[in-house]
Design a protein around this ligand. Structure first.
Ligand code: SF4
Length: 149
């Protein structure tokens, strides 16, 4: 991984503008821990949580990943005047913008920052914090299934 981008740390403080949770289609992939925590938060069992709040996203070669659903207007299923499950929000949301893809792919951080007013401002997150976020994403894999089972 290229550490150049965050050797000195990176500034980020979410302004809760909701740009990343609304308006456009996207995926919020879930880990097992995410799904269990969200199911507890909305007080349904795991199976009902998947049926009601999730969708399986085809990733090719029979692989599907579990993502939160969106509303018809593309708002996150949990967006209600802000994140209605903030304390139980998924790892993907919790670790944004310290995603490997944004830190490693040349120019990706700058592209994301163009639509996120929180990136590049606010709290300085140290290199150690950023690396810890990346390691968490690597060690808590998203939920997958193959062949619809
Ligand atoms: S776009 Fe950035 S500032 Fe706005 S809600 Fe998302 S993370 Fe926070």
């Amino acid at each position: 991984m290229s550490k150049q981008l965050f050797t000195q740390g990176l500034c980020f403080s979410c302004t809760r503008c909701s740009t990343c949770c609304r308006y456009e289609s996207g995926f919020v992939f879930l880990t097992k821990k995410d799904a269990n925590l969200l199911a507890t938060t909305v007080q349904v069992d795991y199976t009902d949580f998947v049926d009601i709040y999730c969708r399986w996203v085809p990733m090719g070669q029979g692989r599907e990943q579990l993502s939160l659903r969106e509303k018809p207007n593309y708002d996150c299923i949990f967006w209600e005047n802000g994140c209605s499950v903030y304390e139980g929000r998924p790892l993907q949301c919790r670790t944004f913008p310290f995603w490997e893809a944004l830190l490693v792919v040349p120019g990706a951080w700058q592209v994301a920052a163009a639509s996120c007013p929180g990136m590049g401002t606010g709290v300085l997150h140290t290199r150690d914090e950023i690396e810890a976020a990346i390691i968490r994403q690597r060690t808590e894999p998203v939920i997958v299934r193959f062949g619809g089972v």
